[in-house]
Design a protein around this ligand. Structure first.
Ligand code: 5GP
Ligand code: MN
Length: 336
């Protein structure tokens, strides 16, 4: 499969890279790493995202190459591209307004992702590895394979190492989630040899809160509700919470981990009122399949981290519905 992608890159000139709405460290890190590689081959590449880059990831975009998608400016570029890489998602719905133009484009549509995929027929190339904790790890292996088997030249430089490190650090919850394994740590060890600084990167990503964000966290914790003998925990964030703390929806990243810090909890849900609908964010422990619940709301994701977005939905109705539907997923099945 890597050979196909190597040929695809070598035989084409115009590339577009994109990722999902509300990009995270894995989206931005993977985009930057692949962008640098493609540019190093003398090819043209653009990164077009639906959402702006969250402030805490702008350090990865040193040359300010990431652009926010603008139909009038970027439509023709997408239609005329040779190859479009869709990173860290395999669902058109999650690239929002880019979807119609990418579908219309004659470019080879190429997914590189680590989420479960359901519609491979919608793409020309489809690289999905659900065992990888991050898309950045798949890219690391891809680059290594090229270094060793195809070009013989070193690809990974300090900037790519920093981007891939950030991708893996953020998607593994700083190296503690289920899919973090020996290979992940070996990859991290290789990346560290490029002189990047773990504390520096951690600080840029996580030690960047404003007082407003702490106040928002206060409200989030205050709002926590427990149900079903404490197995389900949820909290709610409303537009007025963002307004009154001078924050926005992006500020809640990471809050859901507090729900799982409760010993009795197997499933946590964060309900966020957005300007055009309700976002549901699910986190679970062990073999509680949060993504099956997310699917009931038209979303998806991984077993232990998933989400859904209900356009135009009313938050109180969704809380009621999700709480009811959650019951059948709460029991952790012990396999011994
Ligand atoms: P978060 O709760 O951090 O926004 O998302 C956690 C994970 O859930 C994401 O990495 C992604 O896999 C999945 N996810 C979140 N929102 C959606 C959504 O609207 N649709 C789908 N299919 N997956 C989502
Ligand atoms: Mn990811």
């Amino acid at each position: 499969m890597n050979k196909d992608i190597v040929d695809l890159i070598n035989n084409n000139q115009e590339f577009i890279l994109t990722s999902h709405v509300n990009p995270d460290g894995d989206s931005i890190g993977s985009e930057i790493a692949l962008f640098i590689y493609i540019k190093s081959l003398g090819k043209n590449a653009r990164i077009l995202n639906y959402s702006p880059t969250p402030d805490n990831y702008t350090f990865l975009d040193k040359d300010k190459v990431i652009e926010q998608f603008d139909e009038t400016k970027h439509k023709d570029m997408i239609l005329n591209a040779d190859v479009i890489f869709i990173l860290d998602t395999n669902e058109y719905e999650r690239i929002r307004t880019l979807e119609p133009f990418i579908k219309l484009s004659s470019a080879k549509k190429t997914v590189i992702d680590h989420h479960l995929g359901f519609k491979p027929e919608e793409f020309d190339y489809y690289i999905i590895d659900t065992n990888s904790p991050a898309t950045g790890e798949i890219l690391y292996r891809f680059f290594k394979d090229i270094e060793i088997n195809y070009s013989g030249k070193k690809i990974i430089n300090p900037q790519i190492a920093e981007a891939l490190y950030t991708a893996i650090m953020t998607d593994t919850g700083s190296f503690k989630y289920e899919r973090t394994d020996a290979e992940t740590h070996l990859i991290i060890s290789e990346l560290l040899k490029h002189g990047i600084n773990p504390y520096d990167i951690y600080s840029k990503v996580y030690n960047n809160a404003t007082a407003g964000k702490l106040h928002l966290l206060g409200r989030f914790l205050e709002n926590v509700k427990l149900l079903y003998e404490g197995r389900l925990a949820y909290s709610t964030m409303l537009q007025k919470d963002f307004k009154e703390t001078d924050t926005d929806e992006y500020a809640i990243e990471g809050f859901s981990t507090h729900l799982l810090s409760l010993s009795t909890v197997t499933l946590g849900i964060v309900f966020t009122e957005t300007k055009n609908g309700v976002k549901l964010s699910f986190r679970s422990k062990g073999n509680v399949y949060s993504n099956l619940l997310a699917k009931e709301f038209g979303g998806g994701g991984h077993q232990n981290a998933s989400g859904a977005f209900v356009a135009g939905g009313r938050i109180n109705d969704l809380i009621e519905e999700a709480v009811k539907k959650a019951e059948k997923y709460l029991e952790e099945i012990k396999i011994n």
